[in-house]
Structures are given as C-alpha cells and as structure tokens.
Design a protein. Structure first.
Length: 230
C-alpha cells in the first residue's frame, strides 16, 4: 500500500472536476500573463476583452439570431463557453475554489457522464434566464452558474441525507456568493449592474437541483418518500 503522505492531493478529486478547474485556471493564466506583458506582446493586453466579445453571452447576438431565424453553431456555443471566461484573476480563483470543493463532494454520487451534464445544464439554465428576463448590452460571463448548479446538487444530497451537512448550509453559501457579486462586478469593470448575473446564478442553482433529481438513481421517488416522512 502506498504511503498516504506520498500521494498527490489531486488523486482524490474527480477527473471531470479537475479538468474544468484546469481549463478555467489556464484561460485566466493566459489573460493575466498577457495583461502583465509577459506573453503575446502589446496585442495580449486585449485578449480578455476579445474573448469576452467573441465567447461570452450577449443578448443582442441572440436577438439577432431570433430575428433572422439563423443560429450559427459558433454563436450558440456561447451558451456553454461563457462560464470559462472571467473578469479578473480573483473572479476566476473563487470560481475554481468553489467548483473543486463542491465537485469533490458531489461527483461520487454522479459518476461518468452525469456530472458534466449537470454542469452544462446549469450553465444553459443560467444563460436562458439571462436572455429571457433581461434586455441588456452587458455580456454575461463567469462560472458562477455552474458553481450554483453544484450547490443545487449538494442541496439535493443533503435533503436525502447523503451529504453530511445541514441543508441550510447550502442556502448560507448562496447568500455568501450573492453578497460578494458586486465585488466582482467592480473588479471586472461592470460596475454595480450585477442583477442579471445573480439571476443567472439562481437559475443555475435551479437547473443543478432539477438535474440532480433526474440523474440520481431513483431520485424522484427517494425525495418524495423523504418529504412524506416529515
């Protein structure tokens, strides 16, 4: 048996969670190095803004697609690429921390393809809420809808008694995240117009919770039975 002291702390983390965190961190590292002038030359200063323009969720782009009845795959990809972009190093760092922590807790109950589906579904749910509820030129970017989706999964698991935590802790975590949203709005240059963002986050939570029920073996019946016993 291998000495636990010699094992990597990443061995216990689910591969899909590590992969997502590495992608987000890698993109942010490239942006940060470019802004610092370490790589890419002068053009690198604008890499972040260019990526946000080309890959974030922008309401007028989808309005144009609906008006013209055309849906280019490259533009539809914004529904799942916007969570990979962030306004600052701090913004990305918080998302990575929450995804690693919550993903590590929830992934064992949703092996193979299930957790990626939940993460994607949470991102799409957040995007649709943003597009339907608001008419704004401000882009949506950042991985919080996926993080909130994992909070939704965690909440469902605590409801079933499968996670060793009080269900109220999930809502305390939501409150904490909502409280720090204005900070990231300022850090990314968006000011305090953060209402569309947290609406997308809460939609991500709802999407994660719903998919957690659907993708858990016997999930709907287990939840119904537990509610009846209360």
């Amino acid at each position: 048996m291998q000495d636990p002291r010699n094992q990597s702390p990443f061995n216990a983390l689910p591969p899909v969670v590590v992969a997502l965190a590495v992608i987000i961190a890698g993109i942010e590292l490239i942006f940060s190095l470019g802004e610092a002038g370490i790589v890419g030359g002068r053009a690198a200063v604008g890499w972040r803004l260019t990526a946000i323009r080309d890959w974030s969720l922008i309401d007028p782009v989808f309005d144009w697609m609906l008006a013209n009845g055309t849906f280019p795959p490259g533009e539809l990809a914004r529904l799942i690429t916007y969570p990979l972009l962030h306004g600052s190093f701090t913004h990305a760092a918080f998302v990575v921390v929450f995804i690693l922590a919550l993903g590590n807790v929830t992934a064992p109950f949703y092996p193979t393809w299930r957790l990626p589906v939940i993460l994607t579904g949470a991102a799409v749910a957040g995007a649709l809420a943003f597009l339907v509820l608001f008419d704004t030129d401000r882009p949506l970017f950042g991985g919080y809808p996926m993080a909130y989706g994992l909070i939704g999964v965690f909440t469902y698991l605590t409801t079933l008694g499968l996670a060793r935590a009080d269900p109220s802790r999930a809502f305390l975590l939501i409150g904490f995240l909502l409280a720090i949203q204005p900070i990231f709005g300022l850090a990314s240059g968006a000011g305090l117009s953060w209402v569309p963002d947290w609406t997308a986050d809460l939609a991500g939570f709802a999407g994660g919770y719903a998919l957690a029920i659907l993708l858990f073996p016997g999930g709907v019946q287990r939840l119904r039975d537990r509610m009846r016993r209360r």
